[in-house]
Design a protein around this ligand. Sequence first.
Ligand SMILES: [Zn+2]
Length: 171
Amino acid sequence: MSENENVTGVLEILHYPNPILKKQSEEVKVFDDELEDFVKKLFATMRSHDGVGLAAPQVGVLKKIAVIEYEEKSYVLINPKVVDQHGIQEGEEGCLSFPGLYANVTRPEWVKIETYDLHGEKTFIEANGYTARAFLHEMDHLNGKLFIDHLSSIKRNAIKKKAAKHTGGHF
Ligand SMILES: [Zn+2]
């Protein structure tokens, strides 16, 4: 992790189509100071980009860890799972790995999530609206799924083309 870290603890964010973004993350098994330190860096990196959420794979770490911050509330998700959901919402979504690109994505309106805190205690979080959307977007990242995977192939290809321009077509 130290290689792509700068002096302020802000990590480099990987952009699509970096292949790491499509990989499955592993469960966190050790809840130690290193985990807490990494979560702090995720928050610092997310805030430095004015993001609402950031998942570990977006900084090249394939572990089930994500942070969300919306309306002055912060959440840490570790090994999160959706245990209940209802309703449907449609709204615009972006991603720090697709700078400047947005698309309408359909998501459940309400979710109940089983997650672990920094000390390894299991907790449950309920969320609706935009917070639920942010949780689900970040949890997708932990399974190698991106917001464009929710779109029709026509819309997905249009975004892929634009993303290639943004990143200069590397990878
Ligand atoms: Zn994202």
